[in-house]
Design a protein. Structure first.
Length: 209
């Protein structure tokens, strides 16, 4: 997470304690919200003194930013692993298209509602926090770059065009997926199905057509 990672590396002997602090902060945010974050109680609950917490995160605000950025990162990792597995398993262009479509079905599924809500929550929190926005941007670009690299064998096999920036396509698709939260709970079933179908066709077209 950018500067947070640098800070934790700088105090490598305290890394386990810092991770405990981060995990506890995430737990508090997810059960009671940001307003419930109290640095001294969190430090003591994690078996460390407050100065260790402040050395790692700088301030209460820095701690919240680090925790929110990590929540955002984790919310995408499972879907990314699923996509990578299906890309790697592809043996032809048609199979790659089919496997990416399957991955999108999973990413759009009801099972992923909580992940989409979480990302929307973190993005909302970042509107008044430039540092958190920077972390989110870095995470999205990191994941998009990783997706682009996974397509390289398909490009070498001639299944995908070599003149497209698949990392940029992945960034655009991530934005589209984040917008899925708007129809998760309020829309009718048919509306949700139509949204999924249109979005999936748009993403597949950007990759293959």
């Amino acid at each position: 997470m950018g500067s947070v990672s640098v800070q934790t590396e700088a105090i490598a002997g305290e890394l386990t304690s810092v991770q405990r602090i981060l995990e506890r902060t995430i737990q508090v945010i997810e059960t009671a919200g940001e307003a419930a974050i109290r640095t001294n109680p969190i430090a003591f609950e994690c078996g460390v003194t407050p100065p260790i917490l402040y050395r790692a995160f700088g301030s209460r605000e820095g701690l919240i930013i680090a925790a929110q950025a990590e929540r955002y990162r984790r919310s995408t990792q499972e879907a990314l692993g699923y996509l990578f597995q299906h890309i790697s398993a592809s043996q032809s262009r048609d199979q790659l298209r089919h496997n990416i479509a399957r991955s999108l079905d999973f990413i759009f599924s009801h099972e992923r509602v909580a992940n989409r809500r979480l990302r929307a929550e973190v993005i909302g929190s970042s509107m008044s926090r430039p540092e958190l926005r920077d972390h989110i941007t870095h995470i999205d670009r990191e994941f998009a770059s990783a997706i682009g690299e996974r397509y390289q064998p398909a490009i070498e096999n001639g299944w995908l065009a070599a003149d497209r920036d698949y990392a940029v396509i992945a960034l655009w698709a991530q934005g589209l997926i984040n917008a899925r939260v708007m129809v998760d709970t309020s829309a009718q079933v048919e509306t949700v199905r139509t949204w999924d179908d249109l979005s999936k066709r748009a993403i597949l077209s950007a990759i293959f057509d």
